[in-house]
Ligand binder design. Sequence first.
Ligand SMILES: NC(=O)c1ccc[n+]([C@@H]2O[C@H](COP(=O)([O-])OP(=O)(O)OC[C@H]3O[C@@H](n4cnc5c(N)ncnc54)[C@H](OP(=O)(O)O)[C@@H]3O)[C@@H](O)[C@H]2O)c1
Length: 177
Amino acid sequence: MTIEIVAIVAAGANGVIGRDGDLPWRIPSDLKHFKALTLGRPMIMGRRTWASIGKALPGRTTIVVTRDPDFRAEGAEVAASLEAAIERGRAIAERDGVDTVAIVGGGEIYAQALPVCDRVELTEVKFAPDPAGAVAFPRLDPAAWVETARVAGERGLRDEADFDFVSLVRRKTSVPG
Ligand SMILES: NC(=O)c1ccc[n+]([C@@H]2O[C@H](COP(=O)([O-])OP(=O)(O)OC[C@H]3O[C@@H](n4cnc5c(N)ncnc54)[C@H](OP(=O)(O)O)[C@@H]3O)[C@@H](O)[C@H]2O)c1
């Protein structure tokens, strides 16, 4: 089975994805979407994103990336480098018979992982949080990425902004970037 490396991210209109160790918005409909995309799949996250979630999410193997050799994450695995995390993610995907390793942030991890991602599942949030001191998602080069699907999100009563669910795949001819 071909295993895809897929970045899953919600980004504001200006690329902002986080602030003060948290998300800059409350969009429960996107958390539901995130769950649907990640359930049953290995999921790689940076140590700060792990801290912001505060626990292992059920039904998924979490791999936390950290340079701290003593770091332990209850209910999750720990990897000392992104490369080691992806290798472990691939092994788990094969073991569990799933076709995806999910890269779920945050900013540092997306920036390093994007060159090896095959697909991006982007929730395009129709709101631009203050960029000062914020964490951002790298700009996607249109020469490298092509949009293959766009679905307008159905904004629920508790969602703080409108949003689209957008799928992008790496162009076959592109060099990683
Ligand atoms: N909107 C979204 O979709 C979304 C998704 C996820 C997160 N976020 C937000 O993003 C923010 C967190 O992002 P962030 O950039 O600050 O942190 P991050 O990417 O979650 O984690 C950074 C940490 O990961 C570890 N790390 C990074 N690269 C590594 C490498 N090559 N090898 C080993 N360890 C490595 C380091 O941990 P140590 O310091 O322990 O060594 C580093 O401090 C939060 O605000 C969060 O809410 C948003």
